[in-house]
Design a protein around this ligand. Structure first.
Ligand code: NAI
Length: 282
């Protein structure tokens, strides 16, 4: 594998792209318009400048990394890619339409991977004619730091595709865990309801936002409280995952908090919009 195309230059896509570029792969990031691409590029430069300022990267390594990364709105750049990693919005119909297009553009041997947090790999793969080459490659936020990659098999994913992606995850410095398809897979099936429960404790006045977070940091030894983590993940992403798990299982314990839904409707999505349970605009 040499060339990777990452679909979506948002929170996850940009970090996933950096992970591949750091390991020597040529990476193209595709998003939908020039304004979003410019914003994504400036976040990349800002992040790399911070690393340089902290002495964690030198200018030569930065230039090297940037030399391997490019940005585009043109999906046809996927034509000679060896791997696609899709990190667009958490929406089944959107993902299916993206992969239907990619299936027609990409070489027959290209592996198609989705970074979906909760959606059925089999359902997304059904939009393509290569479900045996379709797989979940689920990174965690921030992908440049977090070690885990859940490698998720759909109903038709071949052993070979699974082996290639498991090996690749190791090659880019991650720890793969093979997971069978299930709503929310392993981590989010446990983690997102926990965030939701934290939100409800705040909503029902049991504790302040800081109180809920401090309690879970110091009482459960979590590095971050559930509300701060929700802000980091993106509250729209949290809601989409809760809704998927709820729809798939029908289990009321996965019903999204009314406050979570209200905040998403109000555009308070967490760090990415500058405000969520905390204010990041200062
Ligand atoms: P985001 O909202 O930060 O970024 C999504 C990006 O996709 C945006 O830049 C948007 O313009 C772009 N996009 C939309 N339609 C597109 C298309 N047709 N082609 C190319 N780009 C398109 O979302 P985020 O948080 O990066 O999530 C992306 C995916 O990763 C979702 O499926 C999410 O569930 C998953 N994920 C999110 C994690 C998180 O902590 N935020 C962790 C792991 C997975």
């Amino acid at each position: 594998m040499r060339k990777v195309i990452v679909i979506g230059g948002g929170t996850m896509g940009l970090d996933i792209a950096q992970v591949f570029a750091r390991s020597g792969y040529e990476v193209v990031v595709r998003d939908i318009n020039d304004a979003i691409i410019q914003a994504s590029q400036s976040r990349l430069i800002k992040g790399l400048d911070k690393l340089v300022a902290k002495g964690k990267m030198d200018e030569a390594a930065k230039a090297d990394l940037l030399g391997r990364m490019s940005f585009t709105t043109d999906l046809n750049q996927a034509a000679d890619a060896d791997l696609v990693v899709e990190a667009a919005l958490e929406d089944l119909e959107l993902k299916k339409s993206i992969f239907a297009e990619l299936d027609a553009i990409c070489k027959p041997e290209t592996i198609l991977a989705s970074n979906t947090s909760s959606i059925s790999i089999t359902a997304i793969a059904s939009a393509t004619k290569r479900p045996e080459k379709f797989i979940g490659m689920h990174f965690f936020n921030p992908a440049t730091v977090m070690k885990l990659v859940e490698v998720i098999r759909g109903a038709h994913t071949s052993d070979e595709t699974c082996a290639v992606i498991t090996e690749l995850a190791r090659a880019i410095g991650k720890e793969p865990v093979e997971v069978n398809e299930a709503p929310g897979f392993v981590v989010n099936k446990i983690l997102i309801p926990l965030i939701n429960e934290g939100i409800d404790l705040f909503y029902t006045g049991v504790a302040s936002a800081e109180g809920v977070d401090t309690a879970m940091r110091l009482g459960a030894n979590h590095p971050m409280g559930p509300l701060a983590l929700g802000d980091l993940v993106g509250l729209d992403v949290c809601l989409a995952i809760m809704d998927t798990i709820y729809q798939e299982t029908g289990d009321p314990k996965y019903r999204a908090s009314l406050l979570l839904r209200k905040m998403v409707r109000a555009g308070k999505l967490g760090r990415k919009t500058g405000i969520g349970f905390y204010d990041y605009r200062k």
